[in-house]
Design a protein around this ligand. Sequence first.
Ligand code: NAD
Length: 488
Amino acid sequence: MMAHSKALLVLENFIGGKFVPCSSYIDSYNPSTGDVYCRVPDSGEEEIDAAVKAAKAAFPIWSSKSPLERSQILNKLADLIEHDLEAFAQAESKDQGKTITFARTVDIPRAVYNFRFFASSILHHTTECTEMASLGCVHYTSRAPVGVAGLISPWNLPLYLLTWKIAPAIACGNTVVAKPSEMTSVTAWMMCGLLEKAGVPHGVVNVVFGTGSKAGEALVCHPDVPLISFTGSTLTAQRITEKSAPHCKRLSLELGGKNPAIIFDDADLSQCIPTTLRSSFANQGEICLCTSRIFVQRGICSEFLKRFVAEAKKWKVGNPSDPTADVGALISKEHLEKVRSYVKKARAEGARVLCGEGVDALTLPTGNQKGYFMLPTVIAEVKDESCCMQEEIFGPVTCVVEFDTEEEVIERANSVKYGLAATVWSSNVGRVHRVAQKLQSGLVWTNCWLIRDLNLPFGGMKASGIGREGAKDSYEFFTEVKTITIKH
Ligand code: NAD
């Protein structure tokens, strides 16, 4: 008897409150097996235009709702996603390659929280008012939603980052056309199935699936989309900036990083080592905030390396659905090859690979032999000018180098084109403040990593981005401000 292959999951665009099939599709792979498991619409100008029309039509009603009404709907959507948390987590893990534990504890809870957070924060904004008594004038500002927001998100934290855009955009009264990464579209599609039940009117949230070059660019170039919020690579951001320039679009760009950890000789290594392992290898190193350059003060460097490498070797690479796995699969075969090529280049330059790729054996379960797995890899004796110390690798690879003085390490940490996140480890309070002030980095964590208060600005300096996101920053980005003067 012939075995029947399991039917592929086929996604549809969500336009004007309805799922709509597309005329062509692209394959999406399960990174932990290498098999095609899902088909994603290969949308282009036509689908984007239909979605923009639906979003435009929904704008007058949605934008005229009170913040409280919108807040209630966002909260309801959060509840519905939370109710299905396990199904969302399973889908995210299968689609992206991340461990089920990470999806359960980070991605999906944060997607839920994004809606709850903006549902609450939208109720608490105030606008400014000034008085010019001598001229008999008061001035005040009013803020209004901008219109149809174009939202483009990457594959590393799919629903987490998409909802970080959808939630503030619609909380402020905009309607949206979202384009998730073609490699990780499933959870966005699942969320579309909950919108009506949450009370989101048709056309407020439209999701169009497809590639960046076709669907993404059609959204960026659409004349009726006045603002684009993009998270992804610096290279794509350059293209988006060029393409949107003729329309003078408002852009928020959250981009790549080459994030340093600076570890002084008075650091508490019992805290620093486990956190720096996480900051280097969490989500397979596929987080824009991951540490990839570790500067350790000379006096403690050999002890740090000994302990760090011994702990890195304990990280278990395995089937993402195994709850004991620490590292899942990388997003694609091409990306795995790219990450590996950096380790190869480091070796060719004379650096030492202390563990991981090419050093330790990677054993995988039978069903995962064709998956895109890689061991956490630590590289030492690498030069600051090496591409491994300058370029974003975006995988489970981190470089450890020595430094002597505070001034020296600040200069070296700043000597890359990026400026997203940094960590500083020291028990000297004066020093952590001094160093944090001097680092060219949108975020600095001292003696910790990845602790976020969503109220505060998130974003990068230099090639890591333009603009900030957070309670106040997202509110400002997703609204247009007007100054009104009244003379009495
Ligand atoms: P990417 O730039 O290749 O793609 C991101 C999104 O843009 C995808 O949806 C893609 O389809 C789309 N896209 C690609 N070309 C486009 C074009 N010409 N016009 C419009 N859209 C286009 O990035 P990626 O590989 O998906 O994600 C990894 C990158 O994202 C890394 O550089 C990482 O650092 C960065 N990132 C940054 C943050 C942050 O908050 N700063 C967060 C996560 C990821």
